[in-house]
Design a protein around this ligand. Sequence first.
Ligand code: ADP
Ligand code: MG
Length: 712
Amino acid sequence: MRARRDAAIRLLKTMLVASIVLPAGLFSYAAWTTNRDAFAHADEQLSATLDIMSEQANKVFQSVDLSFASVRAIVGTMSDDEIRASEQTLHLKLRELDTALNTIDALALVDKDGLALVSSSVFPAPRDLNIANRDYFQAQVERDAGTFIGAVVKPIVRPDLLFGVSRRRAPQNGEFSGVIAIFVMPKIFSEFYDKMARGTDASFSLVKSDGTILARYPAPPGNVTRFESNSGFMNTLNSWPEGGIVDIVSIDGLKRRVGYRKLGYTDLYVSDGIPTSAIRAEWLGAISAHLIFGIPATLFLFMLVLLTMRRTQEFYAEAERRDLAEQALRQAQKMEAVGQLTGGVAHDFNNLLTIIIGNLGIAKRGVVEARAERALDNALTGAQRAAQLTQRLLAFSRRQPLNPHAIDINKLLTGMSDLLTRSLGETVQLETIGGAGVWNIEVDTSEMESTLLNLALNARDAMPEGGKLTIETSNAYLDEEYCRHHDGLTPGQYVLIAVTDNGSGMPPETVEKAFEPFFTTKEAGKGTGLGLSQVYGFMKQSGGHIKIYSEIGEGTTIKLYFPRHDGDDAIVAPDDDSVSHRGNGETILVVEDDDGVRQYASEILRDLNYQILEARDATTAMRLVDADKPFDLLLTDVVLPGKNGRELATEIEKRRPGIKVIFMTGYSRNAIVHHGRLDRSTELITKPLIEGVLARKIRQVLDGPAPAKPRD
Ligand code: ADP
Ligand code: MG
C-alpha cells in the first residue's frame, strides 16, 4: 500500500508541476510568437513608410534635376558678360521656373569666383554676395561633383532654413566657370513627415550618406545637424548601404527600431523609426489577452490538482490507520485463541492436580516409613510445581481470578527490591526510580510481583555478562491517536512502569512473537516461553497495556501501562496464620461435578471437623435444600453441568437469606468474574484446592459477618 500511495502521490506531484509548467511553456511560446509578430508588423510598417518617403523625396529631387536642365537650356553657352548683360531677361525666366515648382525656393547662376550672376528671387543680383565659401560651391571647384547637395543653413536675410544643391555650369575654355545653385527648403520634407507622424513618437529623416541631416521630424534637439560617424545608425548604414533595419537609440534619446533606404538619387537616404516601447506595447496588448484567461485557468487547474493530492494523502493515511488497527486486532484474536486453548487444558489439568495433591496428602498422613514419605514429598512438590504452571497458563488465558487492590507501585517496588536483587545476581545492577506523586493502580499484588520478577529474569538472561536493570515509574497519558492503533485501549491517565536493560535486545521477529505462550529463544530446559505470555495476560486482564521497545545490541525496554485508580487506598491486611482453622462441627454443602475433587474436598473438611453434604450438580443440591437439610456454608464449583454455581447460589440465597457461599474455581467465567475481576463481595478459592488455604478460607467466611444483602 505504501508503494501504491507513493506512486499516486508522485503522479499527482508531477501533475502539479505540469499544471504550472505546461501553461507557462505555452504562454512563453505564445509570448515569443506575438513578440516576433509585433516586430514583423513594425517592420512592414517601416517599409511601407519608407516607400512613401522615397516617393516624395524622389519627386522633389526630380524637379530639382529638371530645373538644372531648364537653367542650362536657358543659359546655353552664354558667357558671364553676356549673362550680366541680359540679367533681367534671365531673372524673369528663372523666376518663372521657380514659381512653377513649389519644391524649389530659389535658383541662381554663380560665376567661378562665387559671385551671383543672376538670381530668381532678386533683381539685380547683389554684386557683393559671395558664396565662394559655401559647401555646394566649393564641392564643384576642384572637380565636377555632379549634383551636390549641401548642408542646411540659415540664410542671413530669410527666416526659413535652406540647403543648396549645385551643379557645374558648362565649362568655358575647358575651365571651371561656376555653378548653378538651387535652394530647397527642408520644410518641404519635415512638414510632410509631421503629417505622417500623426502625433506619435515615430521619427523620419532625410540624410546624406555622410550623416548630414537635411530634414528630420521631430526636429533634432539643440543644434545637431548630423549623425555622428561612429553612431549605431551610421555604422549600420556603412555596413549595409542599400538599406536595412536596426534597433538604436535615436539622437533624441528614444529607443527606436529604424528602417532606412538609399534613394535612387545620389547619396541620399530616407529613414523612419518606430519607438521600441510602442512595439512592446502592441506585444503586451496581445499577450495580456492570453493572460486574462490563462492565469485564472492555470490557477484553477493547480488548485484542483493540489486538492486532489491532499485528499489522496488523507485517504492513504486513513487506510494506513485502519490497516494498523486491523493488524492489532488480528494479533489480539490470535492471542485470544491460544488463550482459550491453554485455558481449557489448564482447567482440566487443575482438577487432576487437585486429586493428585489431595490424595498424596492423605496417603502421606498414613505412611510412616521414611523412604516412602520422602517419595511422597517429592511427588507432592512436583505436583505443586505443576499447579504453578497451570496458574501461569491461566494467567495468560486471562481466566485466572484476580484479586485486585489499590496499591502504591513505588512501595511495592521498595518491598520487592531484596527479592529482585537476589534474583538478578551479582553482575546485574538494579536501579529503581520511583516517580514523585505516581498515582495508585488497582492490581492483584501477587500477579504484579510475579510480572516484575518475570521481566527481571528475562533481563538477567539477556545480560549474561552483567549489566544494568532500571525500573522506572511515572504518570502517563495515552492519547486518542495512540489508542486507535492499539485495540481495546481507552485514552486517559495511566501509570507507566518501564523496565529497561542494556542487554542483547531482540530482533523484530522475536518482539512480534515474544508474548506467545511457549515461544522462547532459550535452550531447552532454560526457558519455558511462558513468562511474557503470563505478563501479557495479566496486563490485559488489568485493563492495562504492554509494549516492547528493543534494539539489537542496545537493550530492551518493556513498558507497562496500568489505568490510574482513583478510589480509596485501602490495602488488604495479610491473613493471620495464628488463628486456628479447624471447624466447630458446622455443616458444609459441597457441590462439585468432578467426583475425585468432591470426594477429596469432603474428606479434608471432615478431617477438619465439619459435617458434609455432597451434591454433584445444582439439581441434587436443590433437592437437599428442598428437603430442609440444614447447612451453614455452600462450597460450590462455578462450572457445573446445567445450572452453574453462580445461579445455584442465587437460588439458595433466596430460600435461605444470609447463607454464606464460597466458590471454587479453576478459572472463572463471567458468572462470578466481571471481565476477569472478582465481584467485590464474592468469596473465591482457586483450584487446585490446597488443604491449608481451604481451611483458612472457610474459617474466615464462617467467622465473618453475614452477607449484607443477596448478591445481584
Ligand atoms: P522465556 O524467558 O522462558 O524464554 P519469555 O516469554 O519470558 O520466555 O520470553 C520470550 C522470549 O522473549 C525470550 O526467549 C527472549 O528471546 C525474549 N526476551 C524476553 N525478554 C527479553 C529481554 N529483556 N531481552 C532480550 N530478549 C528478551
Ligand atoms: Mg522468561
